[in-house]
Write a protein that binds this ligand. Sequence first.
Ligand SMILES: *Cc1c(COP(=O)(O)O)cnc(C)c1O
Length: 404
Amino acid sequence: MLDINKIRADFPILSQKVNGKPLVYFDNGATSQKPQVVIDAISKYYQEINANIHRGVHTLSQLATDAYEISRGKIQNHINAKFSHEVLFTSGTTHGINLVTNGFASLLKAGDEILVSALEHHSNIVPWQMLCEKTGAILRVIPMNENGELIMAEYDKLLSDKTKIVTVNHISNALGTVNPIKYMIDEAHKFGAAVLIDGAQAVPHLKPDVQELDCDFYVFSGHKICGPTGTGILYGKEDWLNKLPPYQGGGEMIKDVTFEKTTYAELPHKFEAGTPNIAGGIVLGTAIDYMNEVGFENIQQQELELLEYGTKRLLEIDGLKIYGTAKEKTSVISFNIEGIHPYDIGTIIDKLGIAVRTGHHCAQPIMNFFNIPGTIRASFAFYNTKEEIDAMVEAVKRAKMMLS
Ligand SMILES: *Cc1c(COP(=O)(O)O)cnc(C)c1O
């Protein structure tokens, strides 16, 4: 069991007041808060070992390089990648997806098909559309039902020899649906298609095992798992990473450069051009250590309790509708109140110290499906409490009274 007071004490921002009220931070789907160990590790890096990596012979450069590569190893262990060179540092999920779509431009031809799910974040839609424009490939959409679950019978029908890539999130940021990715990966592989999993919303709640999943690519952001912004990971199977051309050209990614011809460095450096976010990459390892110390079983138990309690409490409010009622879901509650714009509720409850997200959550197609402009989204983390949910429910009731 979690000692919630001890956990909360790890996050200095949580004891703040906002607009004169105790902060209730329920926007974890957008970014998580950072524990003191992560904040400290950033200044420790700059105070003690700051130097460029993989370049200098001097001591600090060696220390920084070692710390960066140790962090890569931690992440490799965490997601159970076979090789550390399958773990690429990126600036986030968006960067990881664009790296892959850019690489596939040279492998696809007109008429090839890319399957994308109806539940995707814009960053797992738009890069694929850009790839289709470049190559003449065709984007097909795996539909969902009213509960916000992908319809597997339709997925099975869409798969064919034309399918080259399937891209789907592990967990939906807008609705919290956990997708049956193991099934989807296995089915796609029967047709020789590659599968990219957008794990941005999954890694805060669970520990993915990329070898067991057998996915070809798995991407996530550091800032949603207690790590710094501007950090992320692209896991790719060695074979695929060897097949894809580099994304950006520059320093660090080359073996030899002449004006006639350049040869590229080995993995992972082939995809890591330029000076990266060194402090961020190192501290992402610190964040992952922290999450593992808290323990993913504890995290899941606390979040499940919050999801159940929050769902029950919110449904006490007349005219409140929850979007996303999948059997398998995480601690995200997307809702609206009949006749009231989500933005108006969000603005009023912010005055009461409650931070939620309102809008389309970078997933406009989902909002279009439900025929709404957006929702209010409360997304809980393991450091949230039932008392905070009570505060949100009271605030929403007050906002509703003021607005109706
Ligand atoms: C947050 C998020 C992204 C984008 O992540 P960035 O950190 O902004 O690159 C993509 N997909 C999902 C499901 C997300 O939740």
